[in-house]
Design a protein. Sequence first.
Length: 135
Amino acid sequence: MSLPAGWQRVVERGHYRSCTNPIIRLDVASYRLPVGFGTHEGPIVVPANGVLISIVSAPARATARVWQHWRLPTYAARSARNVGPNRYTVEVDLPRSPATSATAWLGTDPLPRPVLTAANQLLRSVRMARSYRCN
């Protein structure tokens, strides 16, 4: 995956060796993430003109499709319901596969064209190792 300039990422890993919690989660943001982001459950706060993308992967069986062709829409289909201290404008669930899922939280709808273009280029660059699986 190629990260656009100014974007940040956080990787969280589950206990994949025994396949009891085989999750790897990658959070990528177009803005500066707060210190400690991803180390505990906290509110999702996305500033205006920002986007936070969370990609979750589980070990894929040999026959599973590892990745879908994801793309953020120019205009989101629905507004988000912010719960608790969360602050964002739109939540977009991208198509799932047996091996991956992704969600994007947008601070503005529509996103500015440069941010939307960078986010879609990032999503197109995502690749997963096929060796990451439980049999």
